[in-house]
Design a protein around this ligand. Structure first.
Ligand code: MOS
Length: 708
């Protein structure tokens, strides 16, 4: 692989599972054919806070085809729920008590011989409640914020609130609404007990090993008695990072009925059952000298969580790390509301934080009359501003240059609203992103077969970025064999352990393990062949009369990593057109540039960056969960009313890479890019809209009504 800056039309391996996916032969969790299958449909609470007094299941039980109706009042106790150390807060336990914490909380599971019959019977379940007043609006509850950790309450570097002493100041509030992951594939599980103490599940998950652990814990089983299979996952973005109550309910229902149970969430359920990016209020205050040197950054944020569980994320972290300001302080708080618990969503914390920080930096650039890239370069961090450590690798400045060239930054006018094209206002904007680069541990089995086929096995899942493609690329290069000869098996809890696919760490972690396993296998061949250069694997196997040769290699990062700060970096550039009368915003061109170390799989990396940009454009322009706070109920829990960007919204997105190997993080030189693809995008759009119109929108999404 070369170190050249890559083009927007990369060469390299095409998606190894692409053919299976486009021909429909890739099987997703709900698609497995299982004999004697019965179907579950959940019934949600119609109140938002209170107590269930009674659930009438008689009509449902009498409906055609119904096998069972489970509720808190009749469901067998889930063993792991009972013996867990009681703690005041924790994940929602399904059918555990009579308490209602949020609207739509599952109160019953109807199981019938067909999906349609289960759906009808579910409509026949009714409940009586003692309802209590609820709170679902963060805006009106901001004064109830609390911090769960000391560092959230009080991070101070240098002097707190030093921005106030600077001659040039920006102090602004920013709001992002609740956003839902909404992957194309619905969450789905098929659960089947094979013996009294053995269960197998097909389920949508980002981690088969973590799902195995969670189910084993809930049902008090040895982990190896729980088989989790998920070779294909149709998108997740964080929504399948944990095991959700509906999965536990399906496993329970299979136990109760003695039949395999399939449970597929409805699209409406996807809005209340599998987490979301939480509604968050932020205030960023910046102080600078007239020549654009930051004197102080203060970043406060308050996000929402549920009443039963505290979900925290690194909203303010980006302000601790992005710029070389001598003084930085941050506060982060939660408010408990009668809503379901949020969960990480692509760029968790940082995507939210970057919208505020990178909007505020843009505001500062106009106050100073300094180009926004120039302002960032005047405050460029050459070492980690938080701990003073060197970076393992950072080429963000090169990414700025490349992105500026590709968007045509020289066409930007520093004066807002100054440029028009065919009656539309034209604006350019940019914003940066960053996310921690990680490497944890993974084990890979590498087996060379007599026919020269290399089989790689590990329990990782792939939610879409192209894990298999990257792994095959690495093995192909190390072993010196063509990609067609390599098979990558994954998504099966019985394979050697791999981490959950999340936190942009899979290429780094599993890729390094594939690399190490292949190096070890090659060494084994070399020893066998008498230390000659052994690359004719089939011949050596034949000479030794072996049908295969294999190694199982565990791989993880070393202690030297502690000496460095390790991040992936990105910058996003937008050219937008805004209609002066209607306020409609059109993305004319989007450019994303990543510094994510060496790019292992150019084609899938490009797709990953483009997808992240589109997700950020959705965050900027259209996506917003609306709750009717009188009832605590979602208004737009469907794709007709919750708007994700469609083809017509996204005319041209290009992705580029600095493509310099990070030689510290791991032996393959690659860092993650799943999160940085989205982090910063929303601010780039908002900044471009300001450049076009002179209107600063600080509460997402930027809908036309905010611009007219
Ligand atoms: Mo993620 S939010 O790394 O699945």
């Amino acid at each position: 692989m070369t170190n050249d800056i890559m083009t927007n039309d990369p060469k390299g391996l095409s998606r190894v599972d692409g053919r299976l996916k486009v021909t429909g032969r890739a099987k997703y969790s709900a698609e497995y054919k299982v004999k004697d299958l019965v179907y579950g449909v959940l019934v949600g609470s119609t109140i938002t806070k209170g107590t269930i007094k009674f659930i009438d299941t008689k009509k449902a039980e009498a409906a055609p085809g119904v096998v069972s109706v489970l509720t808190y009042f009749n469901a067998p106790k889930i063993p792991g729920y009972q013996t867990d150390t009681p703690s005041p807060k924790g994940p929602l336990k399904i059918f555990y008590n009579d308490q209602i914490y949020f609207n739509g909380q599952p109160i019953a599971l109807v199981i019938a011989d067909t999906f349609e019959r289960a759906l009808f019977a579910a409509s026949q379940v009714s409940a009586a409640y003692a309802a209590e007043p609820h709170q679902t609006d963060l805006k009106t509850n901001l004064d109830k914020g609390f911090s769960t950790r000391k560092e959230d309450k009080d991070f101070v570097k240098g002097t707190a609130d030093a921005w106030k002493t600077a001659p040039i100041k920006v102090e602004q509030e920013y709001v992002i609404p609740t956003e839902v992951h909404n992957p194309m594939e619905l969450h789905a599980i098929i659960a089947k007990w094979n013996a009294a103490d053995k269960i197998s599940v097909y389920t949508k998950t980002q981690g088969v090993k973590s799902t195995q652990r969670s189910i084993a814990q809930a049902f008090k089983l040895p982990p190896e008695n729980v088989q989790v299979t998920a070779p294909f996952v149709g998108g997740a973005f964080g929504a399948a990072l944990r095991t959700w109550p509906h999965e536990i309910a399906a496993v329970l229902a299979s136990k109760v009925t003695g039949k395999p149970v399939k449970l597929v969430l409805s699209r409406a359920d996807m809005f209340t059952s599998v987490g979301y990016r939480p509604y968050t209020w932020q205030k960023v205050s910046l102080g600078a000298t007239p020549d654009g040197k930051l004197v102080g950054i203060t970043h406060e944020a308050t996000g929402q969580s549920s009443v039963y569980e505290d979900f925290t994320e690194g909203v303010v972290n980006i302000s601790q790390l992005m710029y070389a300001s001598p003084n930085i302080n941050t506060h982060y708080k939660l408010v408990s509301l009668n809503v379901n618990t949020p969960t990480p969503m692509r760029g968790p914390g940082e995507a939210t934080g970057a919208f505020a920080l990178e909007s505020a930096m843009d505001e500062l650039s106009y106050q100073l009359n300094i180009d926004p890239i120039d302002l960032r370069m005047r405050n460029y961090a050459e070492t980690d501003p938080g701990n003073g450590k060197p970076y393992s690798s950072k080429y963000l400045s090169e990414a700025y240059k490349l992105g500026a060239e590709k968007i045509g930054w020289t066409n930007r006018n520093q004066k807002p609203g100054a440029v028009t094209e065919n009656g539309w206002l034209v604006g350019y904007g940019m914003a940066a992103g960053m996310f921690g680069a990680h490497r944890s541990s993974a084990t890979v089995l590498a087996r060379m077969m007599a026919d020269g086929t290399l089989v790689l096995q590990t329990a990782v899942t792939d939610i879409g970025p192209g894990t298999g493609t990257a792994m095959v690329s690495i093995a192909s290069e190390v072993m010196g064999i063509p990609a067609e000869k390599i098979k990558f098996d994954m998504g099966d809890s019985s394979l050697p352990p791999s981490p959950t696919q999340g936190g942009s760490q899979i290429t780094s972690t599993v890729g390094s393990a594939v690399h190490d396993a292949c190096v070890e296998l090659k060494e084994k061949f070399k020893t066998m062949a008498g230390n000659t250069d052994a690359t004719n694997y089939t011949q050596i196997l034949k000479q030794q009369n072996l049908d295969k040769l294999e190694v199982t290699t565990a791989s993880k990062g070393g202690a030297e990593q502690g000496k460095y700060s390790m991040y992936s970096w990105s910058v996003h550039f937008m050219k937008v057109l805004v209609h002066p009368t209607t306020g409609v915003v059109k993305i004319n061109k989007a450019i994303s540039v990543a510094d994510a170390g060496l790019i292992i799989s150019p084609k899938t990396a490009r797709s990953q960056m483009i997808g992240g940009s589109i997700m950020g454009i959705g965050m900027a322009l259209t996506e917003e969960v609306v709750i009717d706070h009188r009832y605590g109920r979602l208004v737009n829990n469907n794709f007709a009313d919750y708007h994700v960007p469609v083809q017509a919204d996204i005319p041209q997105v290009e992705a580029y890479f600095v493509n310099k190997p990070d030689t510290i993080l791991n032996p393959i030189g690659a860092r993650g890019m799943g999160e940085i693809a989205t982090i910063g995008v929303a601010a780039a759009v908002a900044n471009a809209v300001y450049n076009a119109t002179g209107k600063r929108v600080r509460d997402l999404p930027i809908t036309p009504d905010k611009l007219v």
